[in-house]
Design a protein around this ligand. Structure first.
Ligand SMILES: C[S@@+](CC[C@H](N)C(=O)[O-])C[C@H]1O[C@@H](n2cnc3c(N)ncnc32)[C@H](O)[C@@H]1O
Length: 229
């Protein structure tokens, strides 16, 4: 008898790329609760609400300010002290940031910027892209693309979400320092393969029909154009 309804799907998830990650599927839905306790124990990792902007974020911010951000929509993943919103709110149309830290969200809200909102959500969760305002972003900044990732399946979910949020000519910007940094706290133990370099970032981008450009330590990820355009 072929009872398909009661047969659990035990086939391995089909992957888009291979950069040597060993934890393919963590088997649970990523959530902000995964970070509970870390805000106080390891505030340097998670709660940057009152910390100085990191050097990599500073460089991404400097790059952003040189772009055509007047009237643009900006997604800042890893809100920290809301540096992106504070620098760009007077020019951008809309800024959304993402955080797992309640304190960072509180600081974001305390700025009372009419065109800025901060979402408290785990970016690797399945509901990430649907939880944000329905906007296509011209600029997406994430200096820690894979630094906190639980497994490849959820990283791929995140990348799919980012691509769906990116405007046609949108740019996803990341930075060498954050690419090279992975969270080694006990609760995470991020697989060493996620210490990204230009080669592995290129493999990931390619798997999502994207291209990468390196400008010093800033990496720009864009949609691959059909040849001839
Ligand atoms: C090291 S802080 C960096 C803050 C800011 N980007 C900067 O560089 O100044 C890490 C940031 O990533 C956020 N973060 C960490 N894991 C996350 C996840 N799974 N989903 C969403 N945000 C996350 C934290 O809330 C925090 O804002």
């Amino acid at each position: 008898m072929n009872d398909n309804k009661s047969t659990p799907d035990i086939s391995p998830p089909r992957l888009r790329f291979n950069i040597g990650a060993t934890r393919i599927d963590c088997g649970r839905e990523p959530s902000i609760e995964d970070y509970e306790g870390l805000e106080t124990l390891d505030s340097y990792l998670v709660d940057y609400s009152r910390a100085q902007t990191t050097p990599d974020q500073e460089e991404l911010n400097a790059w952003l300010l040189q772009q055509a951000i007047d009237g643009a929509s900006i997604l800042h993943v890893g809100a920290g002290n809301s540096s992106v919103a504070r620098l760009s709110a007077s020019r951008a149309r809309w800024i959304t940031s993402v955080t797992v830290s309640k304190n960072e969200k509180e600081v974001a809200e305390s700025l009372a910027l009419a065109n800025y909102s901060c979402a408290l959500i785990n970016k690797y969760s399945t509901s990430f892209s649907n939880s944000l305002p329905a906007i296509r972003y011209d600029f997406i900044l994430d200096n820690n693309l894979a630094s906190f990732v639980c497994c490849q399946r959820h990283f791929e979910t995140y990348m799919r979400g980012l691509v769906s949020l990116m405007a046609e000519d949108g740019i996803l910007a990341t930075h060498w320092l954050g690419m090279q940094w992975i969270c080694e706290a006990d609760a995470f133990r991020v697989d060493a393969a996620w210490r990204l370099d230009a080669h592995t970032l290129g493999i990931i981008a390619d798997a999502f029909c994207l291209t990468t450009e390196r400008h010093s330590d800033t990496f720009l990820i864009k949609r691959r154009k059909p040849s001839g355009r």
